[in-house]
Design a protein around this ligand. Sequence first.
Ligand SMILES: *[C@@H]1O[C@H](CO)[C@@H](O)[C@H](O)[C@H]1NC(C)=O
Ligand SMILES: *[C@@H]1O[C@H](CO)[C@@H](O)[C@H](O)[C@H]1NC(C)=O
Ligand SMILES: *[C@@H]1O[C@H](CO)[C@@H](O)[C@H](O)[C@H]1NC(C)=O
Ligand SMILES: *[C@@H]1O[C@H](CO)[C@@H](O)[C@H](O)[C@H]1NC(C)=O
Ligand SMILES: *[C@@H]1O[C@H](CO)[C@@H](O)[C@H](O)[C@H]1NC(C)=O
Ligand SMILES: *[C@@H]1O[C@H](CO)[C@@H](O)[C@H](O)[C@H]1NC(C)=O
Length: 502
Amino acid sequence: MEVRSESIQVRCDKIPASVIPRTRLRIWFIRVCSSIVLWTCLVQLVTVSELWHSHLISGIASRIHYKTQHPLYVKDGVVQAPPPLLPARNYTSNGFLRVSCNGGLNQMRAAICDMVTVARFLNLTLVVPELDKTSFWADPSNFEDIFDVRHFIDSLRDEVRIVKRVPKKFSRKHGYTTLEMPPVSWSNEIYYMQQILPLFGKHKVLHFNRTDTRLSNNGLPLDLQKLRCRVNYQALKFTPKIENLGRKLIQILQEKGPFVALHLRYEMDMLAFSGCTSGCTEEEADELKRMRYGFPWWREKEIVSHERRSQGLCPLTPEEASLILQALGFGREIQIYIAAGEIYGGERRLAQLRAAFPRIVKKETLLAREELQQFQNHSSQMAALDFMVSVASNTFIPTYDGNMAKVVEGHRRYSGFKKTILLDRKKLVELLDMHHNGTLSWNEFADAVRQTQEKKMGQPTRRRVIPDKPKEEDYFYANPHECLCEGSNCEDLLGPSNSTHV
Ligand SMILES: *[C@@H]1O[C@H](CO)[C@@H](O)[C@H](O)[C@H]1NC(C)=O
Ligand SMILES: *[C@@H]1O[C@H](CO)[C@@H](O)[C@H](O)[C@H]1NC(C)=O
Ligand SMILES: *[C@@H]1O[C@H](CO)[C@@H](O)[C@H](O)[C@H]1NC(C)=O
Ligand SMILES: *[C@@H]1O[C@H](CO)[C@@H](O)[C@H](O)[C@H]1NC(C)=O
Ligand SMILES: *[C@@H]1O[C@H](CO)[C@@H](O)[C@H](O)[C@H]1NC(C)=O
Ligand SMILES: *[C@@H]1O[C@H](CO)[C@@H](O)[C@H](O)[C@H]1NC(C)=O
């Protein structure tokens, strides 16, 4: 295009105006020439602007591309060369593993780590996991809306092949059937080798339609435990969109000093399903009960709230959390970031906490409405922001030990045993009641709370193993102790080991 327009221009320039008589011909000639010149200019303008445009676009694209692949390779403000891709592991794949994760963001996160590990162990090709869209949270996000999928695939290529979809030639149309099943919960590698691998003799594609807690906490070979950590702490990175906003939140908080992330799990779903109504009005308790009965898959219906609470099975209320924080010695000046969705009862239920700690913030108060709008109706993306802030906080305090609390706890152990206050709720509600009925003065109460929590701050320790009771054991992702002592010598701090695998 450029070349052609130049040749037109040259021909025009070759006609000197003086040799042409002042005739109609000349006028005609001038008209033709000037319109050719005009056209030429136009064509060139278009060409140049196209060139410029495509440069700009490819510039932006390469920057975006760069960022998505290696958002972390900025050290001391200097962009480092991205690390070369590791050579892909060369193995004969036994088939394709499709997985549909169930649950909220952090339950799915742990499941993704488990499924990569299973695929690696059985020499399978993993299909990028499908995320739950029908859970209570009903978030329509796909894997690539939350995690950096390119980084996920590339950074694990020396262990396992990951593809975005099962190739068409293995579809039903070509005579292949997919076997759909949930693997047995809390299984170890022997189950997968003996029960699952043989299924690939008949089926090219296996679809695990549930993934929660499908690998056991303990007793797995060390290399598999380490792979679970590698996926969790290195391969799973949020999308640049989430990372950037999360980092912005963290920066805003850090500029104002140290901060506590309080995972105040006092949200409607939690209260409805746990049956914990302490501190609620009668109407609220009814509403929560109706909600629980409204979910057919929720098995446990009749729940006695105060019994659950005294067993330590209820999240602390905002009022209880306020007293515990004060007893632990946090002063009015401390910044508290509420890492949670909507608090049940709203501002009214936060009044006491806010009176004791005026510097309470949440993402909605730190960011402009437009910045958060893109994440609205995507609870997992919102949860990802809270996850980032919680991992980065100076102190993390979950008021209930759900999946987020546990996965963040483990992440903080991995990041150098950052302080996580693991509330002994059974003991604490007893102390709270004794303070309320006058048995304990404030000072006695505060002393007792501090004593209760002294050894529960996320210090190095080994996971508790309880044979045949996996649910009561310490969760692998809350304390992946096999992964915490690389380089530094924290073996001593963890205490003696009597597991043959460690
Ligand atoms: C993978 O390994 C097989 C068998 O060892 C070998 O024949 C093949 O060339 C290897 N492929 C690559 C890409 O290295
Ligand atoms: C996986 O592949 C490796 C070689 O890459 C082989 O040694 C191993 O036995 C295979 N395991 C399974 C379960 O196929
Ligand atoms: C998973 O697959 C099994 C076997 O086909 C089926 O019985 C079960 O309902 C499925 N579960 C889910 C959550 O889809
Ligand atoms: C979120 O969903 C609600 C109700 O479904 C809808 O009214 C609202 O417009 C949605 N917001 C955005 C930002 O999509
Ligand atoms: C105060 O509460 C505690 C814990 O519930 C209880 O054991 C104790 O008997 C109560 N004391 C009085 C005086 O009510
Ligand atoms: C280690 O052994 C002791 C007794 O020998 C036992 O009480 C403890 O539970 C064991 N711990 C682990 C992590 O297996």
